[in-house]
Write a protein that binds this ligand. Structure first.
Ligand code: ZN
Ligand code: ZN
Ligand code: FE
Length: 727
């Protein structure tokens, strides 16, 4: 018997041909395997062909993803007695680039073995692990198109690379201490400097980190002082899972996520006594932890297994991550005491991914290194579309066939460097996917840089309302095109007729959306300032409740509190907003939790952290003609202590949203509801709401492959463009 087998998916550059070769030899089969433009093609003949086909899927190498496997019978060859790797198809027709992956166990064993030729070498890699996306300039994925181009393999490395049975067969970034990249600083010196309290800039996979000893109070506060003076939490790196368990509460899902090959930062509940410096995550109940993922990280912890190292993105001033060596000297020179760089260029910038387990499953806060450019599967092939996202926490999205490729986290488009990164990312993503978009989707907001960029491309464009996109992102993930309800709760998105939206109840179908409800508008005194100063939202609520006389007393510490009633009287710079983020800010302001936040979303996070048992205030909300108001609850918060108030707010919000959605389900005759927007990173809200919606016979869906926050906007835009293009 002889068969022709076509394998599609992620099967190139991941050690698939050596795997096929070894499998065929093990089963005593003859034939050949080769790469081609569509994946891997195999001809095989012999006895045990069923086992061969079965194991092609079940035993595939760790980084492979077999999406399609078709088997056809063909005529036997006479006189063929071996199985070979046929290189005529070229090792150079990569149709996809893999994500960057944590160093594998085999490579790790080599660098920790003093007798290995790669002992202590921080750039070990093989077909099962190492850098991919961040070192690749363009297709095909071949050494000359990566930042390994300048490194010529030594004879020993070359023989690994050429040997089909070797795990480094065609490993493009292969190298060793003789021929590969080098660090500018010895590992022992890095560790000594960290332990002596210095701040180090360390070049990694997708960018530089700023690192220091997480238990050293002086070092951590110096880092905060020099970096940005904000209170944004720092992530820490520890040697392994058991070291992490000394710091945080960890369930099984968290443990798997933390030690998975993508190696994201995982947010987990901090234990009461960690011995870490107070400045790491001030006031927050969570700590972001990650495990070593580059060989260098492992070598650092081999020097001192007890270290806990702050590893924060080197992105001073909220600008994109530093990637270049000269750039590091310019931008990090004033922050770091020393720079540990290397001579392998980072071609594509990628931050660490950040995740949190919500309702029993991983949720993205930031999707980047380790996950990009893995695609999100769509339910059917769609036209080639580019979607450019929004403004904050931006990503872009490109469709090819039935796949949507979400870019890595780009960040806020509010600095020239951020804009350049955005444009580079669009170009690079289109290049490596070889896609020429037919349609460009963008936000409704005319002033966003992403909108102007979309309009400058000279292609048909489609403006998409922000919350419509949030809802559609969940539809894309779930493969839905039929009408659904969407509850979108977030900070800010421009509404259809202008105005600030952010607490929206929509009905979405293939052709468009209808706003069937929204949160009762709150005044936002000071405009955008109110997003950073929850006392302003608290004041707006007190004013609405007729308690303006309390404002100057309650908020006497805050500049402007004596005047704010007059500001509200006159309505100067007091736009109305239906934002749920601002509703959370109002709750925080009323509870006095954080009158002035240091970054958007900080106050709501603090309020969530206070909840242990949510409680419902009967009569705490009103629904009138689709408009839901929490004003009675807010009135109660004004009289409440912080923890009791936080619990009352969360419990009542869940009950109110459920009530609202049950009403909407009756109105629309629909049962499925997509929950999306940044507020759905709040685990208390998600867990409470999904459970109570299920109890009401509704089907809640949440984002799992894209971030619920604005990092998922581009996916939703793309899916809307696809539905409408074909509808
Ligand atoms: Zn490896
Ligand atoms: Zn070598
Ligand atoms: Fe949003």
């Amino acid at each position: 018997m002889r068969r022709k087998i076509r394998v599609g998916g992620i099967v190139q550059g991941v050690g698939f041909r050596p795997f096929v070769y070894n499998l065929a030899r093990e089963l005593g089969l003859s034939g050949w395997v080769r790469n081609d433009g569509a994946g891997v093609l195999i001809e095989v003949q012999g006895e045990d062909l069923d086992a061969f086909v079965r194991r092609l899927k079940s035993d595939a190498p760790p980084l492979a993803r077999v999406d399609g496997l078709s088997v056809g019978g063909i005529a036997e060859h006479v006189g063929e007695d071996a199985f070979v790797i046929d290189l005529s198809g070229g090792g150079a027709v990569m149709t996809a680039i893999g994500p960057d992956t944590a160093v594998c166990a085999d490579c790790l064993a080599e660098i920790l073995n003093p007798n290995d030729r790669r002992a202590g070498y921080p750039f070990v890699t093989c077909t099962h692990c190492g850098p991919r996306y961040t070192i690749t300039r363009k297709l095909p994925y071949d050494r000359p198109n990566t930042s390994m181009a300048g490194f010529v393999q030594c004879p020993t490395c070359q023989s690994e690379y050429d040997d089909p049975a070797d795990r480094r067969f065609h490993t493009q970034p292969n190298g060793c201490p003789v021929c590969g990249p080098q660090m500018t600083m010895k590992t022992s010196e890095i560790v000594d400097r960290i332990k002596s309290g210095q701040i180090l800039a360390i070049k990694g996979l997708g960018g530089f980190h700023l690192a220091c000893d997480a238990s050293n109070e002086t070092a951590v506060s110096a880092l905060r002082e020099r970096k940005d003076r904000e209170e944004k939490p720092f992530a820490v790196m520890v040697k392994n899972v058991s070291a992490a368990k000394a710091l945080v509460e960890m369930g099984e899902t968290e443990e798997q996520l933390l030690s998975g090959r993508e190696r994201p930062i995982v947010l987990m509940r901090k234990k009461p006594k960690t011995g870490l410096a107070k400045g790491i995550a001030p006031g927050l109940k969570w700590l972001g932890v990650m495990l070593p993922y580059t060989p260098l990280h492992h070598l650092i912890f081999a020097e001192d297994p007890d270290l806990v190292v702050v590893m924060t993105s080197a992105n001073p001033g909220g600008e994109p991550l530093v990637v270049g060596n000269r750039e590091a000297e310019e931008r990090l020179g004033g922050i770091a005491d020393a720079i540990a760089a290397h001579n392998r260029d980072i071609v594509v910038r990628a931050d660490d991914s950040v995740m949190r387990v919500i309702d029993g499953a991983p949720t993205f806060i930031r999707r980047a290194r380790g996950y990009v450019p893995v695609s999100i599967k769509l339910p059917r092939p769609v036209p080639p579309i580019l979607a450019v996202g929004g403004y904050l926490k931006n990503t872009v999205c490109v469709t090819r066939g039935d796949e949507a490729f979400l870019s890595q986290h780009i960040g806020d488009l509010d600095t020239p460097k951020g804009l350049r990164f955005f444009e580079e990312t669009v170009t690079h993503l289109l290049d490596i996917l070889e896609v020429e978009p037919e349609l460009v989707a963008h936000d409704l907001h005319p002033d966003f840089h992403s909108t102007r960029f979309a309009q400058s491309l000279g292609k048909p464009t489609l403006p998409v309302q922000h919350h419509y996109a949030h809802g559609a992102a969940v539809m894309a993930e779930a493969g839905l095109e039929e009408p659904v309800m969407a509850l979108c709760l977030d900070g800010f998105g421009l509404g259809s007729g202008g105005g600030a939206w952010g607490g929206e109840l929509l009905r979405i179908d293939r052709q468009g959306f209808e706003r069937i409800g929204h949160l009762a508008p709150l005044k936002q005194p000071g405009g955008d300032l109110a997003a950073r100063e929850p006392w302003r939202m608290g004041s707006a609520v007190l004013y609405a409740l007729g308690k303006e006389s309390e404002i100057p007393i309650k908020y006497k510490e805050n500049n402007g509190s004596q005047m704010i009633s007059q500001v509200l009287d006159k309505g100067v710079n007091c736009p109305e907003t239906t934002s749920c983020g601002r509703l959370f800010d109002a709750a925080a302001g009323l509870l006095g939790v954080k009158p002035k936040a240091s970054f958007e979303g900080q106050a709501p996070m603090l309020v969530e952290g206070m909840v242990s048992a949510p409680k419902v205030l009967e009569g705490g909300w009103r629904i009138d003609n689709g408009v839901m108001s929490m004003l009675p609850t807010l009135a109660a918060l004004a009289e409440s202590n912080p923890q009791a108030g936080a619990e009352l707010f969360h419990g009542t919000l869940v009950a109110a949203l459920t009530d609202w959605l049950v009403w909407a389900a009756r109105q629309t005759g629909l049962k499925t509801v997509c929950l999306n927007g940044g507020c759905f990173l709040n685990a208390v809200l998600v867990e409470g709401l999904t459970q109570s919606l299920r109890e009401q016979g509704l089907t809640p869906l949440i984002a799992r492959q894209s971030p619920p926050n604005d990092g998922g906007i581009s996916l939703g835009q793309a899916w809307i463009a696809a539905m409408r293009a074909d509808g």
